[in-house]
Design a binder for this molecule. Structure first.
Ligand code: CP
Length: 335
C-alpha cells in the first residue's frame, strides 16, 4: 500500500519522534549527499518544483542538488523571470507548476504563511523553504543534525543537558523560530540573546530563555548560533555592500543602513558580535553555527567564521542530506 504524502511546513507542533525520524533519515543520506553512494533511482522520472519568490543561495541550490542526487529533475522558478512579475498570484503560479507535472513543491517567499497557503489547494506535498519571519524547517533540521553530530549526540538525537544560544536578530528570524521548536523538542535548553529590540522578553513564550548579556551566556553554552542582522526587514537598505565582495577580506563597498531597532552597527557589534575574544570564552568543545549569509565583521569575525569551532560549511553540506530526506519523507518514500 502506498505511504501517505505530507507537507513540511513548520517544526513547531511536530512531535519529537517525527523530528528524530527526519534527522535519522537525514543522517543516512549524508554519503549520498556527498556523492559517495548513488540514490538516483529513488525519484527517477519525477520533478521537483522550486518556487523561490525570494532570493536564496543555500536553500535553493541544496534543494536542487538534493533533487538531482535522488534522480529527479527540477522545475526552477525565480519570481523575477516568471509571470509573478505580471501579477500572477503565488498560489496560481504553484498550481500551474503542479499542472506541468511537479511531484512536490518547495516554496521560499517573503510572506509569512505563503507555503501554508499554497499547501491548501495543492494536491502534491509542499515544503517550506523559508517564509517571511515564520519558519524555515529544513534549516533547523540541518542545524540540529550539525549540532548533534558535533557534540556526539547523533546516535539518538537526544540533546538533553545541552544549552544552545541563538544570538542576534532573533525577532526577524524564521531560522530562530524553527530552531527553538526543534532543539527544545529534542531536549536542549535554548537561550536567545540580543538587544531588547531584537530579542524581546516576550519570545520566552516560544519555550526559550531570553538574555541580553552575551558575555554572561557564552561560557555556559555548548553551541552558539549567530544570526545575520536582517537589515532589509528593519527598513534598512540591506547589507549586501557589507559582505558581498569576492574576497572575505574586501572592505565594505557601502555600509549597511542602521535600522531603528539597533543604536548603531558599531554598538551592535560591541554588544553582540562573536569576536575572536568572545569565542575564546566558549567551552572547549562548543561549536559555532551560522545559517548564512554571514555579514562578516558585523555579527561574526572572520577568524571565527573560518576557525576550528566553525561548523558553517558542514551545515551547508548537511543541508543537501536534510533536503534529500525531506523530499523522500514528504513523498512517502520508505526509509
Ligand atoms: N540559510 C539560508 O536560508 O540561506 P539562503 O537564504 O541562501 O537560502
Amino acid at each position: 500500500m502506498p505511504r501517505p504524502t505530507r507537507d513540511l511546513l513548520a517544526l513547531r507542533g511536530m512531535g519529537t519522534a517525527e523530528l528524530k525520524e527526519l534527522l535519522a533519515r537525514s543522517r543516512a543520506m549524508i554519503p549520498a549527499a556527498m556523492g559517495r553512494t548513488d540514490l538516483s533511482h529513488i525519484l527517477k522520472g519525477r520533478a521537483v518544483g522550486l518556487l523561490f519568490f525570494e532570493d536564496s543561495t543555500r536553500t535553493r541550490l541544496s534543494f536542487t542538488m538534493a533533487a538531482q542526487r535522488l534522480g529527479a529533475t527540477t522545475l526552477d522558478l525565480a519570481s523575477g523571470g516568471s509571470s509573478v512579475s505580471k501579477g500572477e498570484t503565488l498560489i496560481d503560479t504553484a498550481l500551474n507548476v503542479e499542472a506541468i507535472g511537479a511531484a512536490a513543491l518547495v516554496v521560499r517567499a517573503k510572506q509569512s504563511g505563503a507555503a501554508h497557503q499554497i499547501a491548501q489547494p495543492a494536491k502534491i506535498p509542499v515544503l517550506n523553504g523559508g517564509d517571511g519571519k515564520h519558519e524555515h524547517p529544513t534549516q533547523a533540521l540541518l542545524d540540529a543534525l550539525t549540532i548533534a553530530e558535533s557534540l556526539g549526540r547523533s546516535a539518538a538525537f537526544d540533546l538533553t543537558g545541552l544549552s544552545i544560544a541563538i544570538v542576534g536578530d532573533v525577532i526577524s528570524s524564521r531560522v530562530a523560530r524553527s530552531n527553538i521548536a526543534a532543539l527544545s523538542a529534542l531536549g536542549a535548553q535554548v537561550i536567545v540573546v540580543g538587544p531588547p529590540t531584537l530579542a524581546p522578553k516576550s519570545m520566552s513564550t516560544l519555550g526559550c530563555k531570553v538574555e541580553h548579556d552575551l558575555d554572561n551566556v557564552l561560557p555556559t553554552v555548548d553551541a552558539v548560533m549567530m544570526l545575520r542582522v536582517q537589515f532589509e526587514r528593519h527598513g534598512g537598505e540591506g547589507s549586501s555592500g557589507a559582505s558581498g565582495g569576492a574576497s572575505h577580506a574586501a572592505a565594505p563597498a557601502k555600509p549597511p543602513i542602521t535600522p531603528s531597532s539597533i543604536v548603531s552597527v558599531r554598538a551592535y557589534r560591541e554588544g553582540y558580535a562573536l569576536t575572536s575574544a568572545r569565542a575564546a570564552m566558549l567551552k572547549p568543545h562548543a561549536v559555532v553555527l551560522h545559517p548564512g549569509p554571514i555579514n562578516r565583521g558585523i555579527e561574526m569575525d572572520q577568524d571565527v567564521a573560518d576557525g576550528p569551532r566553525s561548523a558553517v560549511l558542514r551545515q551547508v553540506t548537511h543541508g543537501v542530506a536534510v533536503r534529500m530526506a525531506s523530499l523522500c519523507w514528504c513523498l512517502g518514500i520508505p526509509a
